[in-house]
Design a protein around this ligand. Structure first.
Ligand code: G
Ligand code: G
Ligand code: NA
Ligand code: MN
Length: 255
């Protein structure tokens, strides 16, 4: 059966859940945030990553439903951490360009988080650069402003891979830029990746935006990033995305 129908069924049965990947301070490995990543739990208990069903998110109805389910579960998990006094700051939730541009996203987050009395300042919506393809010049900044007016942070994901020009960044007042892992991967082997990473860090500093390096897998990458002045990152070196219960343990120990 098609992935769309599988996802539909899985969401109806509560088998699409968030896993969480820690986001750390590179100097100390202290956890400063989490990224929620959707996982499909199969009837036999095995877990499938979002990469395997990402194509199905091209269906706006599926993407809309997934965003709602992820926000709902993330709000519930945050409520649990707040109640237990577990230290954490932000949780990133990925949204598609379609969901980001719909115009009701701020209201949806407000409603879903409000139901659990979770302050909106704990959520960071991650949207990737393709948000700049198509649409009017004003539509994207307006969408960002609507979110930020509610105190919802916005991150520009997979930055540097092609769609966002520097001009876009100037008119798109995001809180966080996430450097795509393709650059981090090649740090140390390909000098041009280092040039790009340093340029992004420089721009972010001037625009007062935070930077998160993605896909860190080696201590050498950490060393180079720190030398460039990059403070925050995530990747398999620190932890893969893990179930909420494991994330809770990690927050207790390293939060
Ligand atoms: O973690 P992973 O390999 O499975 O993620 C693959 C892709 O799916 C990444 O681009 C990631 O941003 C995206 N993704 C993961 N979880 C979600 C989600 O909850 N919503 C959306 N829209 N995309 C997600
Ligand atoms: O598009 P987005 O940046 O949200 O996607 C994040 C993707 O990267 C997810 O599929 C996540 O599981 C994966 N990921 C996270 N850390 C690493 C890493 O260190 N190496 C690799 N190869 N993938 C990673
Ligand atoms: Na992301
Ligand atoms: Mn990314």
């Amino acid at each position: 059966i098609s992935m769309v129908r599988q996802l539909d069924a899985a969401m109806a049965q509560g088998r699409v859940i968030p896993h969480y990947q820690p986001i750390v301070r590179l100097e100390t490995a202290e956890i400063v945030g989490l990224e929620a990543l959707a996982r499909l739990v199969m009837p036999d208990g095995s877990v499938v990553s979002a990469g395997a069903f990402h194509a199905a998110l091209a269906d706006p109805r599926i993407a809309y439903h997934l965003t709602g389910q992820m926000l709902e579960q993330v709000a519930r998990d945050i409520r649990g951490w707040l109640d237990a006094g577990i230290p954490f700051q932000h949780v990133g939730v990925n949204v598609t360009t379609g969901d980001f541009m719909r115009g009701d996203l701020a209201e949806r987050v407000t409603t879903l988080f409000g139901a659990h009395q979770v302050p909106l300042s704990h959520v960071v919506l991650e949207v990737n650069e393709s948000v700049f393809m198509g649409g009017s010049d004003q539509a994207v900044p307006r969408a960002v402003e609507a979110l930020r007016e509610q105190g919802i942070l916005v991150a520009l994901d997979d930055f540097g891979t092609g769609f966002a020009s520097l001009t876009h960044l100037l008119s798109f007042p995001v809180d966080v830029i996430k450097i795509d892992r393709s650059f981090v991967e090649k740090l140390g082997s390909d000098p041009s990746s280092g040039v790009v990473v340093r340029a992004i860090l420089d721009i972010a500093r001037r625009l007062d935006m935070k930077v998160i390096a993605e896909g860190i897998e080696t201590t050498q990458q950490v060393a180079v990033l720190r030398q460039f002045g990059c403070l925050i990152g995530q990747g398999y070196l620190f932890s893969r995305p893990v179930p909420a219960s494991d994330a809770t343990q990690m927050l207790r120990l390293f939060g």
